[in-house]
Design a protein around this ligand. Structure first.
Ligand code: NAD
Length: 495
């Protein structure tokens, strides 16, 4: 249960300017440049963060390289690394509310979701990988008897991690947890509009005992700081969560520098497919509404395309509109809120342009479609349902990353599958049906990293998250995440 008075005490608390974390010390930008942090709750300046320079990014990469090569972390006994990471997880939990409120004031996510999905989830992830790190074994290969071939698993080196603004702590921990558990050193680049809570969480890592240079954080513009990390000759592995166009640039930067391995978790246009034989249409509507509108649709796996079998289309859209109308949109620091603010004015304007374009094409704006609560100075948007969308519309093909749902009718299972697979993305999906056979056929047929059946959005540290097609490669979460941060080395010994 959220303590409203504790939240209120933090709502307007002054926020110190952020600082980079480089080589164990907090630092301003090398040229003292700063960026204003605008709160999406009211459009006012919350504080500043360093506008990192290329030199800052290079200093962080060099510090990570030195710490890795010196073995100050990778060279510790697994039990010692585990103890530091467990302490870090405990510190995150101790500071959970403060971290969550700071993050909400920075990025606009509703506090109920933020507390669970941000510090608590991040602590859980750090702990999960801390617990796993001393359970990783090498192999002895089944070679001929005159040879002993050992397969070692070694930390991959320096990891550059670039993360987005929608869930900075959770996604940050998806990278930091397995990378640090594997023994790597890291340079982390938070998003411009969600750096504060991540800076604080990483400072807690240093407090827990991460040696200097093992975890570095550089804030600033993606095109400067992110690009410099991507081009760094000191970085061995680059992990990224964000948009497709930036992902493409990172691949180019890798090719143009040291061919570092690049793992991308990108966007989605995830199809949520409702068949007429779904066991409970009202429940499906309620879960589907939450599946697109929580965090104002700023969720990579949001079910942003709703495909409904024509026979139940009108009934289902009615149920969906009713369920959506019950959602409370507004003050993200009110625990009763179901959808908080849009992250930035730029993002809000982009969302509204998608709706305007659909309107011009003659699609029906069944619910919402407009900015709301403008008097607060914040960036809020009504949950928006657009019906009669054609599969080829921009709204059906491109990621909005906002509270806008495209509804598309279909007649047959084959048609549903064709529309569902008919985008460049392949991140999440869902199917609602009472038929076990159909559910399995759809699970096989949908080209996506995850298929939910008769639910939406379930997830856990124990299962991998990743996309296919242009939603990315590689996986966060689960033991599979280690594959990105561990190299295999063979020792071939003649007996
Ligand atoms: P973005 O791509 O604009 O930015 C992500 C990060 O990349 C930020 O830290 C940014 O500063 C940095 N960046 C920007 N330009 C760069 C450049 N030229 N070189 C290096 N770094 C650069 O994405 P966003 O708007 O922050 O986040 C939204 C996107 O993230 C959406 O597409 C969403 O689907 C995706 N996302 C995916 C997942 C997933 O797990 N697949 C999870 C959350 C968000």
């Amino acid at each position: 249960m959220l303590d409203q008075s504790a939240i209120e005490a933090l709502r307007d608390a002054p926020v110190s300017p952020g600082q980079h974390l480089i080589d164990g010390a907090q630092r301003p930008a090398s040229d003292d440049g700063v960026m204003e942090v605008i709160s999406p709750l009211n459009g006012t300046v919350l504080t500043t963060i360093p506008r990192g320079t290329k030199a800052d990014a290079e200093a962080a990469c060099a510090a990570a390289r030195r710490s890795f090569d010196a073995g100050v972390w990778a060279g510790l006994a697994p039990g010692a690394r585990k103890a530091v990471m467990l302490k870090w997880a405990a510190l995150i939990e101790e500071n959970a509310l403060e971290l969550a409120v700071l993050g909400v004031r920075d990025n606009g996510t509703e506090i109920g979701m933020a507390l669970k999905a941000e510090p608590m989830s991040a602590a859980g992830t750090i702990r999960y990988y801390a617990e796993a790190l001393d359970k990783i074994y090498g192999e002895i290969a089944p070679t001929a008897p005159d040879v002993l071939a050992l397969v070692h698993k070694e930390p991959a080196g320096v990891v550059g991690a670039i993360v987005p603004w929608n869930f900075p702590l959770m996604i940050g921990a998806w990278k930091l947890g397995p990378a640090l558990a594997a023994g790597c050193s890291v340079v982390l680049k938070p998003a411009e509009t969600a750096s504060l809570s991540l800076l604080k969480m990483c400072a807690l890592g240093v407090e827990a005992g991460l040696p200097a240079g093992v975890l570095n954080v550089v804030t600033g513009e993606g095109a400067v700081v992110g690009q410099a990390i991507a081009e760094s000759m000191d970085v061995d592995v680059l992990v990224f969560t964000g948009s497709g166009p930036v992902g493409r640039r990172l691949l180019q930067a890798s090719a143009a520098s040291n061919m570092k391995r690049v793992y991308l978790e990108l966007g989605g246009k995830s199809p949520n497919v409702v068949f007429a034989d779904a066991p409970d249409l009202a429940e499906a509507a309620k879960v589907s509404a939450a599946g697109i509108f929580r965090n104002s649709g700023q969720v990579c796996v949001a079910g942003s395309r709703l495909l409904v079998e024509r026979g139940v289309h009108d009934e289902f859209v009615d149920l969906l509109a009713q369920a959506t109308a019950k959602m409370k949109v507004g003050d993200p620091l009110d625990p009763a809120t179901n959808a908080g603010a849009v992250n930035s004015e730029r993002q809000l304007m982009q969302n509204l342009r998608f709706v305007e374009e659909a309107r011009e094409l003659g699609r029906e704006i069944r619910l919402g479609g407009q900015r709301i609560l403008e008097e607060t100075g914040g960036y809020f948007m009504a949950p928006t349902i657009v019906t009669g969308v054609e599969p080829g519309d921009r709204l059906a093909q491109q990621e909005v990353f906002g509270p806008v749902l495209a509804v598309i009718p279909f007649d047959t299972e084959a048609e549903a599958l064709e529309i569902a697979n008919g985008t460049e993305f392949g991140l999440a999906s869902a199917v609602w049906t009472g038929s076990l056979s159909r559910a399995h056929r759809m699970v096989r047929g949908l080209r996506a990293g995850v298929v939910h059946v008769n639910t939406y959005g379930g997830a856990d540290n124990t299962v991998p998250l990743g996309g296919v097609k242009q939603s990315g490669n590689g996986h966060d979460k689960s033991l599979h995440a280690f594959e990105k941060y561990l190299d295999l080395k063979t020792a071939w010994i003649k007996l």
